[in-house]
Design a protein around this ligand. Sequence first.
Ligand SMILES: [Ca+2]
Ligand SMILES: [Ca+2]
Length: 259
Amino acid sequence: MRAIKKTRKGQLRHMSPNFKSAVGKAVLLVIVLGLLATVLSQGAFAQTGGMTALFSDDFEDGTADDWELETGWGIELENGNHVLSGKGHSWARPVRSEGGGTITSFKTRIKRLKGGIHLNFRLGPKGTRYFVGVNEDRLYLNKSILKDPVPTEGNPFEHPELIGVRLRLDSAWHTIKVTGNGNNLKVYIDGQLMIDYTDEENPHLSGSVAFETLPDSHFYFDDVVVMGEAPPEPPPGYVWKKLGGPLGGLGYDIRMRTG
Ligand SMILES: [Ca+2]
Ligand SMILES: [Ca+2]
């Protein structure tokens, strides 16, 4: 395996206007849910800061009840170890067990049986995203953006490749990790930095994660860990309640209720 590192120069902005806007949207949704007065009076939206595991799964309970699985996905047993198995062109999304939080990394072990996958990162409510592709000889980072203007029919997205490197992935287990820090994205294979890319054109700065197997493909996944900034503390007397949306949404998937 040979690492090729390419870097685009760029300023890293930890609190960009877009990020502030995303936080603003999350706050607005809570307002819509009718809890504004309570929230503001108790100063609930102080950021707690620090990285924490927002989601993790080793599948050892033999169920995928923390996942939304499309046809082709399920739990399989490999040498006594439970793994998540994905076949064909379909998706698997982790769903949160509690609310909030900004995702900073997405890590999993993968075993390639056939074909390729996408690790979707910063998947937005409208389907915009980055995806890290892995197949038999390449590792690549693409970005899905809405066409301008958005066509009235057909596929509204285009998926330009941002960077791609050679990768020889054998059929053993390997670890892949995607990290996002502002507009900088990094991809590691087995701890080795393979892609380091700074997106200076309208970067996606937030969103959820998902696995996607590609046509005529079969992969195993295990030991999934999603890290991020801890969600804001709900005000005293309230708890986050999951509404069933995908992990890392902008807040549309959760609301507060009295605890
Ligand atoms: Ca396992
Ligand atoms: Ca489970």
